[in-house]
Design a protein around this ligand. Structure first.
Ligand code: HEM
Length: 238
């Protein structure tokens, strides 16, 4: 008899719950913080500094982000490798969503690793070498310089789209699997709400990315404060 890891009830539930809390919650907070770039570098740098000033930050990051992320990603890859997508044979929307859920998960595994090495640690050869961690006063300038490189900006936009879909459809799967929405009609409404959430997160996330290359991002300037320059802006050496 073959034992499939994905059938292990407890691990499967843990995989679902780690996707919602803390990773889902983290993504909302992360996009909110990034959106502060709409008001200029001083506003974003202040937000990053406030995060760096949180007591026990390293422990919160290890147990609240990195370990859940590692478990969720590795177990997600195991589930994907054992799954049998049938979108091509049936072509129903839900089958395609199932394929996207796994494809975005695998892409995100690579993207998030790149992203953390790139911005948090400044360790991607040929890209910026200054970590945002420990350099909050240069955070905006570091990200802004990276996003001037077209392929980097495109990669981050794909990362945002993939995360928005993966998280929003993940909410739907969670609600169905945990018996929160049962009837067919309730499931349809929840699915529509999830697609709406994916669109909303995509717009907020992509706008935040553009805010590093253009004041207020893609939004009308009336929605933003007049950007104030931080004392150190423009002084970054890469
Ligand atoms: C507009 C696009 C994005 C920007 C500008 C951005 C910016 C940043 C920055 C500056 C850091 C380093 C924070 C620090 O060291 O204090 C960071 C960390 C991180 N980002 Fe992003 N990010 C973006 C998109 C994403 C996406 C799509 C994900 C996917 C879930 C993501 C997940 C993470 C994770 C897991 C960390 C590590 C958390 C930590 O260091 O505590 N980011 N991001």
């Amino acid at each position: 008899m073959t034992i499939h890891f994905s059938n292990t009830f407890l691990l499967r539930k843990l995989h679902q719950i780690t996707g919602i809390v803390p990773l889902g919650v983290f993504f909302f907070v992360h996009m909110f913080t990034n959106s502060k770039a709409m008001n200029g570098d001083a506003s974003f740098n202040k937000a990053v500094k406030e995060i760096h000033d949180i007591p026990y930050l390293l422990l919160i990051e290890i147990f609240g982000i990195f370990l859940p992320l590692l478990f969720h990603s590795i177990y997600g890859v195991i589930i994907s490798s054992e799954s049998k997508p049938n979108a091509l044979s049936y072509g129903y929307g839900r089958n395609w969503f199932y394929v996207f859920q796994r494809a975005t998960g695998i892409f995100l595994f690579v993207f998030i690793l790149f992203h953390i090495l790139n911005l948090r640690f400044g360790l991607i050869p040929g890209l910026n070498s200054i970590p945002v961690a420990g350099n909050a006063d240069q955070a905006f300038a570091i990200v802004s310089r990276e996003f001037q490189i077209t392929w980097v900006l495109v990669l981050y936009i794909l990362g945002i789209l993939a995360t928005a879909w993966h998280l929003a459809y993940g909410f739907f799967l969670f609600a169905v699997d945990w018996g929160i929405v049962i009837g067919e009609k309730a499931q349809k409404v929840t699915l529509t709400a999830s697609i709406g959430l994916a669109l909303l997160l995509s717009v907020v996330g992509i706008n935040a990315a553009f805010a590093f290359v253009r004041p207020c991002g893609l939004m009308p300037k009336a929605l933003c404060e007049e950007p104030k320059k931080s004392a150190t802006s423009g002084g970054v050496k890469f």
